[in-house]
Design a protein around this ligand. Structure first.
Ligand code: COA
Length: 224
């Protein structure tokens, strides 16, 4: 089984469209933040500071691989990272791992990344996260990740959807279909009261296992 870092390399190789990923375990000591980031973060728990710092570290590493210099990455009002003009990206942390993915907006409209550990989702959460249709189809049945996969995909989809639309999504606003043979998903915004995202109700993506977890990546390619 690959580590998160290796899975990220596989993603970039598979997509080959100026996308860059950096990820790995969250550990001590945490990478340094820029003063502006540290001031913005304020007096948070050591755990939050560590995950934030690793997220910024991996975002800067991913940007460096695209040939961009290191800069502070402050959050927008909705907490999504404020990327440099011409860049789209996404950051995620689980309790043990953290990663960031970035790409050029000449190719990409949006990216949404979610990283989850593989421990199962509580049975009580199932009907909250899955739509009745997903529950009926047992969408996750062929996947080794179980319903946690649907959760990871929903979170990735939200991150690719919300910054551009400014709209909040409930879990039942999105219906997910997965294909475990090739690790791709299709998510549809089924709540018609929610606006489309870049002219479409469908957001596609991929998911990959790594040692101890699963990574979901929602992608909106320009012109796709
Ligand atoms: C934003 C949200 C999806 C983050 O997911 P999470 O699993 O708690 O945490 P993750 O570590 O994966 O992601 C956190 C990172 O997402 C990014 N993020 C935060 N808000 C965001 C937003 N509105 N849009 C895009 N990215 C966002 C940030 O980079 C954040 O890390 P940082 O604060 O250290 O920079 C979640 O907190 C949330 O607000 N959910 C409500 C919406 C939802 O889940 N609807 C159901 C799914 S459709």
């Amino acid at each position: 089984m690959q580590t998160l870092t290796m899975s990220g390399v596989a993603i970039c190789a598979a997509l080959l469209r100026d996308i860059s990923f950096s990820g790995g375990p969250i550990r001590d000591p945490a990478p340094r933040l820029y003063p502006a980031e540290s001031v913005m973060l304020g007096n948070v728990s050591p755990r939050r500071r560590r995950e934030f710092a690793w997220g910024r570290h991996h975002a800067r590493e991913a940007l460096r691989h695209l040939g961009l210099t290191s800069v502070p990455i402050l959050p927008r009002a909705d907490r999504a990272p404020l990327w440099l003009p011409g860049i789209v990206g996404s950051i995620s942390h689980s309790s043990c791992n953290c990663g960031a993915i970035v790409g050029r907006s000449s190719n990409l409209l949006a990216l949404g990344l979610d990283i989850e550990e593989t421990e199962p989702l509580g049975a009580d959460l199932l009907p909250i996260i899955c739509t009745p249709a997903e529950m009926h189809r047992r969408e996750w049945a062929s996947s080794r990740f179980g319903p946690k996969l649907i959760f990871a995909i929903q979170e990735a989809v939200y991150k690719a959807y919300a910054p551009a639309t400014g709209e909040f999504l409930e879990f039942h606003d999105v219906m997910v279909r997965t294909n475990d043979e090739n690790g791709v998903f299709e998510a549809e915004i089924v709540n018609l009261e929610k606006p489309m995202s870049f002219g479409s109700r469908t957001i596609n993506g991929i998911y990959l296992p790594f040692l101890g977890g699963v990574l979901a990546l929602a992608l909106r390619f320009r012109g796709a």
